[in-house]
Design a protein around this ligand. Sequence first.
Ligand SMILES: [Zn+2]
Length: 341
Amino acid sequence: MTAPITTHYEQFLHLLAGEPADPAGAGPVRARYGERPGPAGGTEPVVLSRDEWIRNQIDLTLALDRLLTSDDVVVSATPYELSFIGAEVDRVIEMVGASVISVGTSRTICPMPRLLQLIEHYGATALVCPPSFAAELTGLAVAQGRRPADSTIRSIIAVGEACSTERLDRIGAAWTAATSALYGTPSTPTVAVACEHGTLHVCDHWLRAEVHDGPRGELLLDGVPTGELVELDPDGRRCACGAAGPVLVPLGSLTAAVTGPGGPVSAVDVERIVFAERGLAPHFACDVRAGVFHVTCAVAGAEPVRDGAVQRSIRDRIRDAYGVDAEIAIVDVNDWSTATS
Ligand SMILES: [Zn+2]
């Protein structure tokens, strides 16, 4: 059933592209309400029109159709309340023909221990979740005496947080799973999807992505600033797949970046350096205080890092690469939730 749905969607996109957005002059039909962080703190409303909502779903369906089959049982631990991504992922998994276990991220009805039971009981094969969620799930599984590498999970799709390839690889290695990522904003849940090389390409047949003043800067979508720091390669030359779509590298929120001598430095840049270090668990937390990155990472057993040499080495490499300061704490993986809460 997968192929016909893909074909229908491609035809549907073609039809949408040929139609005026506002055929009767009555304005676009509103379909879905969400909220996003406001510029002065707090939140502000965001409403998707029916066309936008459908276009987002179609692009995500075409992307996930390459990663999932109708045999997959997919756990979706993505945000539902006042956001678009949770509902979108559910619909898309159904369109691909796979089955879905929606657990959300609130951890009230389905806390992580219950989720591990569900994965085992139903032989879940794919996990769609933020990378920090996947890292924490890995730690809990190990703490419970499970071996994530022996689980039925074969695919992990990271959503909702910028994450370096290096860290994503660490998560995939723990579960012996293939990894992939999707990129969206609180206003546009599907901005870029991965090609067969795993590179994120902007869905530019309906969305115009720009960065002013160079490859790295604030992402503008259809001219509107998003508050998101990205690197954008408009011609897609970074990827060998030959797809025309611009290549996008998410770098997190603009406010979480630090200005270095060479321009903005993000937590994803820091992640790349941190995860060059062998032996670290896939956990990573980073915040910025007074222009300094404060990084917490984790290791199984604190003995190897007790003398502080690893911390100093990471700090020095971050300074050498980007000219910015970082404080590095490495905690025992079993102490992760208390160390970062
Ligand atoms: Zn590509």
